[in-house]
Write a protein that binds this ligand. Structure first.
Ligand code: SAM
Length: 206
């Protein structure tokens, strides 16, 4: 499998940006909804969304939170900015940044969310190190992602496995390797989206 580079991500999402909401909006929406409901219950003072994309989640965060969204694709961020402008009562900053090497000081956020990003970023372990650094100790990390091994989706995973660098995500992405290997505390895991395509993982940053 050819590795994904950050240039592959930028290139892929330059192509996807104008189509993204139509291709991946509704189909991945139940997972986003479950994630934003969890954030709503937590009411974090400072929230970071990594890979904010076109900003599909922004309107469902608590308006009392200070919200920061980062993404490496300026084309995706442009669409997110138009959405953020409509949300007059919110405090939202959107920044072009590679989340594997962020500019924020340690422990800047109470909650860090990653909707559909971990299997897109070139080096998921480097991203995990970085989100644990910017999330405060005992803060919450929410990971929403597709993980391989589902009875229903294995055929599609195999079909696109060799195209990771072109399609911009790893379809073959193992929950044990990517989540359970870290010394954080997994608090809950819930299947979301059609036929359990994705999982919402709630993690305590111990
Ligand atoms: C599948 S999209 C998800 C967008 C949005 N979170 C959603 O719920 O639809 C993945 C997004 O992550 C961004 N991304 C991938 N790797 C990144 C990285 N290392 N740093 C910042 N953004 C990244 C991509 O540019 C893209 O906008």
């Amino acid at each position: 499998m050819k590795p994904i580079s950050i240039d592959n991500v930028v290139h892929a999402y330059r192509f996807y940006a104008p189509l993204y909401d139509r291709l991946f909006g509704a189909v991945l929406e139940p997972g986003r909804r479950a994630m934003t409901e969890t954030v709503g219950a937590l009411r974090p003072a400072k929230l970071l969304e990594v890979g904010v994309g076109t900003g599909l989640t922004l309107s469902r965060y608590p308006p009392t939170s200070v919200i920061v969204g980062v993404d490496v694709s300026t084309e995706m961020l442009d669409i997110a900015s138009s959405r953020a402008k409509q949300l007059k009562d919110y405090d939202i900053s959107l920044l072009a940044m590679n989340a594997e090497a962020m500019d924020f000081p340690d422990g800047s956020f109470d909650c860090v969310v990653l909707p559909y990003v971990l299997s897109v970023t070139p080096d998921p372990q480097r991203l995990v190190r970085e989100i644990r650094r910017v999330c405060r100790k005992d803060g919450t990390i929410l990971i929403l992602n597709h993980f391989s091994g589902s009875r229903f989706w294995w055929f599609m995973e195999r079909a696109v496995r060799s195209m990771a660098d072109r399609i911009g995500f790893h379809s073959d992405f193992c929950y044990e390797d990517q989540i359970l290997r870290h010394d954080w505390k997994v608090e809950s895991v819930k299947p979301v989206n059609f036929l359990g395509l994705s999982k919402l993982v709630v993690i305590r940053n111990v």
